[in-house]
Ligand binder design. Structure first.
Ligand code: NAG
Ligand code: NAG
Length: 546
């Protein structure tokens, strides 16, 4: 039997042994987080328009964008009221988001920001008196539901409390939060996994989390965006209601990516997808694009939402780490455009892929936001060059609208470049010869990411070019997509013949995001200032909590 002191020594030796073993087995360079420089109090992210004596508001252009929002709303209301979407060509209607009126709810915050009181009154009535979140048309996608519906509801509370529009009722806070908590509680079974990482769907009838085909499987996995992008919304919901369960559940789910370093080949860049049973990677994709995008987007935004919460320093460091790695490993320059443009590669199955998606274009603006805040001129310049590259995907197309995805001929050589592919079809080859890039999916789904990055560019640098680019994009989009009953997805952005080139579909992010970001570029820059608000990945502004 050991005497007491030697028992302590024995315990210490065992602890040291365990530590050393742990370090040898699991040591990973990525566990060394980078240092960050946090800005001094009172630091401004936005360009100081006022101090520079610049009247940044452009009434005429803001009004033109607002007019398009009014038209979108009027036609939706006339033809599809209560359904998720209007069909912009046929004038029919369609449910794609469980039948809770996604166009109504998702564009509430746009109506508030634009000051459209009559539109907002209709939306408010729908939310408070009509919609029933206890019944779902189909399986519910907790990720889409959180960023669109829940994000819109809590953002509306924040915007009303900030006095951005006159509240339709003195009880707006309780009335909206009652619906928001009903919805969030119904999504609860999504978190019911050993890791807390969410199921891809929730079956509202049986109250259980399921895979996308409605079944429960032993090997279900989720991509990074699904595992991480409810944290801003759930933290805010806890803040507003005082019920910490939302914060707890979303923190637990995301911590598998924020604190673990399993499957992290480059510091901060995580392999995807992940098993919801173990948290470990079951795939080997490394990308900042879909379907992993908003995990990276939310790392810096988590810190900005709660800049004084000590735990969110970790998120800022993880963001910095990921962005440095992206710059080292995933940035690419096109060899055949003049001048050369910057794009982002992906890496999958041991190969680099020279393809970038419209969705990935959020990253330029996100880099500007984080790099300005953390004083990183290197990453700021990286962000600017990626926005420029995304703009090139627009201006090199005959319609002036960028494709869903495109490829280029990379200038650099990479060890896994065997994966680089050239144009496959004759039109693609012609495109490469003319412009240096070629569309790999030529449709445009009314997506916001490129104008979203222009918004950050304008608000942070004050450079006029971002407004010019935004105005060009707006005009090209409206000209090409305007139909009898709204604005429609484009099938092929290389073809200016409108008549046979549209898809009779208009997702709610058109009015929730694309029109809102465009409007905010031409309105007073103090409206939803980046120093006061953080935008969720569906463009719903959440109040920063200092
Ligand atoms: C962070 O800063 C400390 C103190 O200045 C330094 O010792 C450490 O090496 C730095 N870490 C990194 C990862 O740069
Ligand atoms: C929180 O997570 C638990 C599983 O850990 C789940 O049963 C519960 O419904 C969740 N609640 C909410 C509000 O998300």
């Amino acid at each position: 039997m050991l005497a007491r002191p030697s028992r302590i020594v024995g315990f210490m030796l065992a602890a040291i042994g365990f530590y050393l073993l742990h370090e040898t087995l699991f040591a990973n360079p990525s566990s060394k987080l980078p240092n960050i420089t946090l800005p001094p109090p009172g630091f401004r992210i936005q360009y100081p328009f006022k101090q520079k004596g610049i009247t940044a508001k452009d009434e005429v252009k803001a009004e033109a964008i607002k007019k398009v929002m009014r038209r979108t709303w009027k036609l939706y209301k006339e033809r599809a009221w209560g359904f998720d979407e209007v069909k912009p060509i046929s004038g029919g209607h369609h449910n794609s988001r469980n039948g809770w009126g996604s166009t109504i709810i998702d564009s509430m915050t746009t109506a508030v920001v634009m000051g459209l009181s009559d539109v907002f009154a209709d939306q408010y009535d729908w939310v408070v008196n009509k919609v029933n979140f206890n019944y779902a048309d189909g399986l519910v996608d907790p990720f889409e539901t959180t960023i669109r519906y829940l994000g819109a509801l809590i953002s509306t509370v924040d915007l009303l409390e900030a006095g951005m529009i006159e509240a339709p009722s003195p009880s707006f806070r309780q009335d909206i939060l009652r619906q928001a908590t009903t919805l969030a509680n119904r999504l609860g079974p999504a978190f019911d996994t050993p890791t807390g990482m969410i199921w891809p769907r929730v079956n509202f009838e049986d109250d259980i989390g399921v895979d996308s085909d409605g079944r429960r499987k032993q090997y279900t996995s989720v991509h990074l965006a699904r595992a991480g992008s409810h944290w801003l919304e759930y933290s805010t919901l806890s803040q507003l209601t005082g019920d910490m369960i939302y914060y707890k559940n979303s923190t637990r789910a995301w911590n598998w990516l924020v604190y673990n370093h399993n499957g992290e080949p480059w510091p901060g860049i995580l392999e995807s997808p992940r098993s919801i049973w173990t948290g470990n990677p079951v795939g080997s994709t490394r990308t900042l694009g879909a379907p992993d995008d908003s995990h990276y987007e939310y790392l810096i935004k988590a810190h900005l939402l709660y800049p004084n919460k000590k735990s969110t320093r970790r998120h800022a460091k993880r963001w910095l780490q990921a962005m440095q790695s992206a710059r080292t490993h995933l940035s690419s320059t096109s060899a055949k455009t003049n001048p050369p443009h910057a794009f982002l590669l992906s890496f999958s199955h041991e190969r680099y892929e020279n393809q970038m998606g419209h969705l990935t274009c959020f990253i330029g603006g996100n880099l500007l936001l984080g790099a300005k805040y953390l004083s990183r001129p290197d990453l700021f310049a990286f962000g600017e060059s990626l926005i420029e590259g995304c703009r090139y995907s627009y201006v090199s197309m005959p319609t002036g609208i960028g494709p869903e995805s495109w490829s280029w001929t990379p200038r650099e050589s990479k060890p896994g470049q065997a994966g680089f592919t050239g144009p496959l079809t004759l039109p693609q080859r012609n495109f490469r010869d003319k412009t240096g890039i070629w569309p790999t999916a030529a449709n445009y789904a009314l997506r916001p990411e490129v104008v979203e990055s222009y918004f950050y560019g304008w608000r942070i640098t004050g450079e006029e070019k971002y407004r010019e680019w935004a105005w060009d994009a707006f005009n090209s989009i409206v000209q090409m997509t305007e139909t009898e009953w709204g604005y429609s997805e484009v099938a092929d952005v290389t073809d200016t013949d409108k008549d046979k080139n549209l898809r009779d579909k208009m997702e709610s992010f058109w009015s929730a995001e694309t029109l809102k970001y465009l409007y905010l570029i031409f309105s007073d820059p103090e409206l939803c200032s980046l120093d006061e608000w953080v935008f969720n990945t569906e463009a719903h502004p959440l109040k920063r909590r200092f």
